[in-house]
Design a protein around this ligand. Sequence first.
Ligand SMILES: Cc1cc2nc3c(=O)[nH]c(=O)nc-3n(C[C@H](O)[C@H](O)[C@H](O)COP(=O)(O)OP(=O)(O)OC[C@H]3O[C@@H](n4cnc5c(N)ncnc54)[C@H](O)[C@@H]3O)c2cc1C
Length: 531
Amino acid sequence: MARVSQVDFLVMGAGVAGLRAAVELARHGDVLVVTKESVAESNTHYAQGGIAVAMEGDQDVALHLEDTVNAGDGLVYRPAAQVLVAEGPVRVAELIEWGANFDTEAGELLRTREGAHSLPRILHANGDATGAEISRSLAAFARVHKRIHFAEWTTVTGLVVADGRVIAADLLDRTNHLERVSAGAVLIAAGGAGQVYSDTTNPAVATGDGIALAAEAGAELADMEFYQFHPTALSLPGVPRFLLSEALRGEGAYLRNDRGERFMERYHRLLELAPRDVVARAITREGMGATPADARIVHLDMRHIKNLDLHHRFPGISAFLSQYKLDLGRDLIPVRPAAHYLMGGIRTGLDGRTTLRGLYAAGEAACTGVHGANRLASNSLLEGLVFGARAAQSMLDDQLPIETAVAPLAVPVPLNDAEEARLEELIAKLQGSMWAYSGLLRDESTLRLGFAAQEACAAGLEELVAQGKGSRRLAEARAMSRVAHAILHSALARTESRGAHFRSDYPKRDDERFQKHSAFTGDGRVAFQEW
Ligand SMILES: Cc1cc2nc3c(=O)[nH]c(=O)nc-3n(C[C@H](O)[C@H](O)[C@H](O)COP(=O)(O)OP(=O)(O)OC[C@H]3O[C@@H](n4cnc5c(N)ncnc54)[C@H](O)[C@@H]3O)c2cc1C
């Protein structure tokens, strides 16, 4: 039988949202931060471009709000965006005080610009390693706190619900040991789900576990059809889709098709700095051949930029490219879009409360409506800070007692080699089908093919579960399948195109019917609601 223990607050995830929340919670109780790998492994760690923040007073804040609302294509929940931009400066100032070092020149913070921002407002660190610096500084600050405890290399595999409230979570460590931990409040800060797609900028931990567990426990998901595809991931055969930050275009990079033409003028007046969905679809269209085998290569071109030391400004990107003998100042860099950021997620209010008592969510796993149908570049690190702190405050305010969870747990049986291989096959098929059928361009027929693939995957996974099998990878596969299910249902129901969701069979935006958020409750039904 598995061990049972308890803690005041349980935080699932050690990215920016989870760590920021933990710091707040530790002022009032013991916090257990659970993370699938080391604390350093999260989407946060890989964030390159920077953190958007308006630190120059009211007018600056108002402009940041307008840019956020405009990028979201009519669906940003304005009160959430208002909170983000207004509280952002305080949260960033606090982070600097706690030890985050952003790039400066002559004592002034340096700011860059990215797509759809009306002015340079993005702080960065070590050139293009902003996330790593935020993760490092927050983790260092949290680690010295006596009331924050870390469970690394540990996977949350289930939430325990009693009388309509989440009272505990199941934790599986790397020796397949299972523990049930009761907590007064559980925060899901487990990040996004890029791994649902075969082509993604996200690390392996981003399998949507938090979203899937919340849905399974009965919490509502929102806006799951809106997955942002980053326009420029490196496109080399057999090489991961390494992100080539939007900041490259912010510093003047051009996009060129296989004939060497700059093509963005045919798509948007902001050219290479148009909203991400527009740029991503433009690259897809320029790269399409008559058949998939004829696909044409689109390139990012910085060869004309002479007034900037590209290696100094982008040291991480330059170092990665040099492994493949590519140089930003000398070569055309092959690019293609890849799944990057989930605007939807677990529905929360402005305070991180979900629709289920005792369960809170923040960061990329949550959906406050702050990004609407399309996230403004570099708004998500800020989101993690602002809403991580807010969710923690609600967990403190609610003062829910710890209920002891006594239910005995069956200890999972590890998978054998053949089963592991079968599991990887099921996952790869799911990821490939999501990319092919529910990616940048979708329609009813492709989405129905996506359902068939997802159902086949789910059936294969449940066969393993029925035999009492369990592992981190099996839990991740089930999460990806569940998240795919929610994306497909939500994408099928939204018969319009908006932001990151482009339906080839409904190419226009339809405000009359769909200027609303989608709600997915797990039973396959999608409702549209005004917030
Ligand atoms: C390559 C890349 C570049 C980016 N660049 C930028 C940028 O420049 N600016 C910007 O604002 N945003 C950027 N983003 C997006 C941004 O990094 C993320 O949206 C943000 O960091 C999410 O933070 P989070 O705290 O919500 O989750 P994450 O940072 O993803 O953290 C999730 C945590 O949850 C843990 N976890 C997941 N599942 C489980 C489980 N079952 N059990 C236990 N733990 C679990 C993970 O191990 C991890 O610790 C980028 C993203 C990527 C991938």
